[in-house]
Every structure is written in C-alpha cells, then in structure tokens.
Design a protein around this ligand. Sequence first.
Ligand SMILES: [Zn+2]
Length: 233
Amino acid sequence: MSLRSWVFLFIGIIGLVAPQIGSAQVIKSGPPSCPGIALTFDLCPVRKGTGYDQALVDYLIQHRIPATFFMSGKWIAKHDAEVEHLLGIEFFEVGTHGEVHAHLPMQNADEQRQEIHRPVRFLNEQYAHDAILFRPPYGEYNDITVDVVKQLGLRFIQWNIESGDPDPTLSAEQILARIEKRAKPGSIVVLHANGKGKQTREVIEHLTTDVLPRKALKPMTVSDLLACKQKNP
Ligand SMILES: [Zn+2]
C-alpha cells in the first residue's frame, strides 16, 4: 500500500472512532434488540419513616426478580443491615446515588466529585463492593457531572421510563399504565425502594406477573441488560 493509501486509511479509522470519543456517556436504555427491561430502585435518603420498603424487597426476593438499587451515602449510613442484605442477593445489582442527594448542577467539579465518589468509596471500604453504576440525584447533571463520572470509571445510568411512584396522587393502576405504555425492549424504569412509593410493591406485582410477560420482556439487572446477558435465576 502506498503512503497515500495508508494516510487515507488512517483518516478513515479516525473518522469512525472519533464520534465515540467524548460523546455523551449517559445511558438511558439498553440495546433495543434485547428482550429485557431493567427495574431500578433508588434509595434516596428520607426524613421520616424507615426509608426501606421491606415488603417490596421481600416480594422481589421471593419471586427471584432481578433488580438494581441505587443507594445514596446518607441512606447507606442508616441502613447497614439492609445494605448487607441487598448485596447478598445474587440477582440484585447495587450502584450509588450520591452522598447527600445534592443538586449536582449547583456544585463545582470538586464538590461533584466528593458527592459522587464518597458512597462508592464507602461501599468499597466497608462492604468490599465495587459499585460501578451511578445515578445522579433527581436525575440532574451537567457536563462536569459527565466528566467526573467518566474519570471515576463509573457508568452513568439514567432511565427512559419514569414510573412516578413517589407521587402520592397516582394510583397503582395509573403508574402501571404509564409503564405499560412505554415499556419496550431495553427499557430502564426508575422506581423507589425507600418507602416513598406507596404503590410500588403492588405495581411490581402486576408488572412482573402480567404486563411484562405479555410483552415478552424479562426483568434484568442494568449490567445484564446493557450486555444483554440472559440468566435464569
Ligand atoms: Zn433520589
């Protein structure tokens, strides 16, 4: 091959690779070819109550439903036994959700790094758990957040279906209808396991026994969905 050809080949390769570099790392869904759906549960800190939906978690475990939890540092600090329990379930995945549930776009880079990194470090040091997945509090972020998450080697996980489960004005049927309308292969649904979602357990029951089987969608953890790895738990 002539030098000229090599140069053109090189430019061609750069052209293919370059759009991937620096492109948004924010993941809102998995591969649309994957017949799975990720049910994700945020564990944001709460001022009142136990901050833990025991009935929901029991249901998920009893029926062996893969699920992903995003824990905030403040929540972890008050729920040692629950953290241990969730980490011990082989079909659950655990990621983080900021330290104090801050509004990240209002913080500078150092503050964002602290907010994002602290629970990751804590889970690693205290529970020997590598939490790779990160979801920003309130789903709020800016370019700095994307950079920090990337530098920390984490995966930035948002969602493409907002269940609305903490909204006390929504009935279980309404939440279910919202999810059913949008659910498709590769979807990531955001829900809550901190007791804020009064209907969440009931929603999950109808979803996993009726809606998802009808749509031939299998619940998967976020990492399994992204890799489209199908297991039989
Ligand atoms: Zn939250």
